[in-house]
Design a protein around this ligand. Structure first.
Ligand SMILES: [Zn+2]
Length: 408
């Protein structure tokens, strides 16, 4: 493939009407209906995976009092200048202004969900997922389409577990990541990131956390490159780096072991001997942020998304006006089967209709002419220009459903 001819996601996003940005909100995308379809499909997929893996979904406020991020250590680590803070006067007493922060991360609020009531060892591991919208104050010169944004949506989760459950939990997360990336055809590599210079928590807990993660990698015989000193400020992590079709490397998935925040927020559970103990916290994201992941997918596929993600899955192209009615019937039948369909009944030649749908990267084109009206079959072409000939509609539908289910 000629890499020079590759378009970036902003150009593809414009041509395929996926999203746009506007100076009115630098670093925060406006999602158009077609882009939102991709977003929703990914959301559906990640929910399927997490529900199957025993996660429970939560949602926490976007804006909270800044005090929470002071307690968690984010305030001193990232500095207030990397977060969005606003000072509001207290309603009851406007001489007492209160500082609020737009959350840059979900973790501290997740601990409040954990602390909602006393927890027993019987409930652990507790796996809370959250598709959370975050705000980070990237410099305006650094924001870039969907790749570097100020407002991002994360496929986040926090798992609260006993120390004895660390191996299984981290191991299951690694499996989930592998399955996910294989599905998209990405090559992937693991990296082990250890304690950074600026960190919270003493050496003893860092020794333990690093040892635990190293043990998972060893027992699972997973080779991981080193990212010395690149851990989160609260704990070490294993990151997954992927290579896209253009050979570029991206860090997306992460699993982080955290003994610090359970301490900072005094999290406890009652063990089977009736004593209070401290759970560990495992942070994980499979694809990181929806925005960045969609940018990478868009460039990886150059807009030709797999069928399950394609905003329009089938274009129905009547050859002449007299075929419009039959085309409409075919489109309705496809829609009834949850296929995303568009009919092109503009007054144009078939060649031009095929060209337009192909430029829009619609995976399948259904052509309706006299023969198709007569025998009730459909003529199928792919966006790659392959002619699949005449098929029975039911056969075509099964083929679509199978392809969608397999996410290929
Ligand atoms: Zn977290």
């Amino acid at each position: 493939m000629d890499k020079l001819k590759n378009k970036d996601h902003k150009q593809i996003g414009q041509e395929l009407e996926l999203f746009f940005t506007n100076d009115i909100a630098p670093g925060a995308p406006f999602w158009l209906p077609k882009g939102m379809t991709i977003f929703k499909e990914l959301e559906k997929y990640i929910r399927e995976l997490t529900e199957k893996a025993g996660y429970q979904e939560t949602s926490t406020p976007i804006m909270v009092k800044s005090q929470l991020f002071k307690e968690s250590g984010h305030w001193s680590k990232f500095g207030e200048h990397n977060m969005y803070n606003l000072t509001l006067s207290d309603e009851a007493d406007d001489t007492k202004p209160v500082s609020y922060t737009l959350k840059p991360m979900n973790c501290p609020e997740s601990t409040l969900v954990y602390r909602f009531r006393p927890r027993s060892y019987k409930e652990l591991p507790l796996r809370f997922s959250e598709i959370g919208r975050l705000h980070r104050r990237e410099k305006s010169g650094e924001v870039n389409g969907l790749l570097r944004v100020r407002q991002l949506t994360m496929d986040d989760a926090h798992i609260y577990a006993t120390e004895g459950q660390i191996f299984d939990e981290v191991s299951n997360i690694l499996d989930m990541m592998i399955a996910f990336y294989k599905n998209f055809g990405f090559e992937y590599e693991f990296r082990f990131a250890t304690r950074p210079e600026q960190r919270a928590g003493g050496d003893e807990i860092w020794d333990k956390a690093e040892k635990d993660l190293a043990e998972v990698l060893k027992k699972r015989r997973i080779k991981a490159g080193d990212k010395k000193g690149d851990g989160a400020f609260y704990g070490p992590k294993i990151d997954v780096h992927i290579k896209d079709s253009l050979g570029r490397e991206w860090q997306l998935a992460t699993v982080q072991l955290d003994f610090h925040q359970p301490e900072a927020f005094s999290l406890t559970y009652i063990d089977n001997d009736g004593k209070e103990r401290r759970p560990v916290m495992i942070h994980r994201a499979i694809f990181g942020s929806f925005e960045r992941f969609i940018a990478i997918l868009t460039e990886h596929y150059q807009g030709a998304f797999p069928l399950w993600l394609s905003p329009i899955q089938v274009s129905v192209l009547p050859i002449a006006d007299r075929h419009n009615e039959h085309a409409k019937k075919i489109a309705e039948e496809l829609e009834d089967n949850n296929i995303r369909v568009a009919i092109d009944n503009n007054q144009e030649t078939l060649q031009l209709k095929i060209r337009n749908s192909t430029l829009q990267k619609v995976p399948y084109l259904v052509i309706i002419g006299d023969r198709e009206v007569e025998n009730g079959n459909v003529s199928i072409r792919t966006r790659e220009g392959k002619d699949l000939g005449q098929l029975k509609l039911s056969y075509f539908l099964n083929r679509l459903k199978e392809e969608i289910d397999k996410k290929i």
